[in-house]
Design a protein around this ligand. Sequence first.
Ligand code: SF4
Length: 241
Amino acid sequence: MATLPRHRVQSRQTANACAPADDGLWPSDGVIFDRKCTACPRLAAYLAEGKRRYPHYYCAPVAPFGDRNARLIIVGLAPGFHGANATGRPFTGDYAGILLYRTLYRYGFSNKPESTGCGDGLELRDCRISNSVKCAPPANKPTPAEIRTCNRFLAAELEREPPGRILLALGAIAHSAALRALKLKQADYPFAHGAQHRLPNGHLLIDSYHCSRYNTQTGRLTESMFEAVFARAAALLKKKR
Ligand code: SF4
């Protein structure tokens, strides 16, 4: 059993863990999202141990969040143990979400600059956030097998999308999970921050470094670099209207 991370964020939102189908979360339809999935034994055991230690945490697969008909689909890596795994909403409750939700608001993709948990009234506009892996992994590192196993959910989610969506991948793992979900060759679309790939199915894949605490604190990703990616996505979507 992997060691659970130290509790770093004491937040009121952990008392308000979201249930799927609440508050803009994708319902547990078993195709795009399955709240009861335990297909990855290591992750299922990790979440079960997490629930024992933190009974008020959500500790289950985390559903996509936002507009079901969004033209901008953000693909993240996986829930953070004390973030989305605690609250049940992607990028909520830990550091990575602060910059993401502030930036979404700045470019008109939400009605509020913060995500504090279920019942906070946050709505995403023309935007949805999904993760490559729906369960929190130890040390934020899913194994290649777990990424492959969970990819069926992202594949089902993207399969229903009409051509012309913008997929914004946060980090190299999300980038390659999106390509895998779309059955495209990784070598044809190399990851780089700010890269933009026109895909054969009519979607556009834009890459950004992940907005993790590590990346922002080391300067690998600055706020202006992150904003530039969203500014471009917003401008492209505006042109398409
Ligand atoms: S990571 Fe995905 S496939 Fe694995 S147990 Fe969680 S929901 Fe199921």
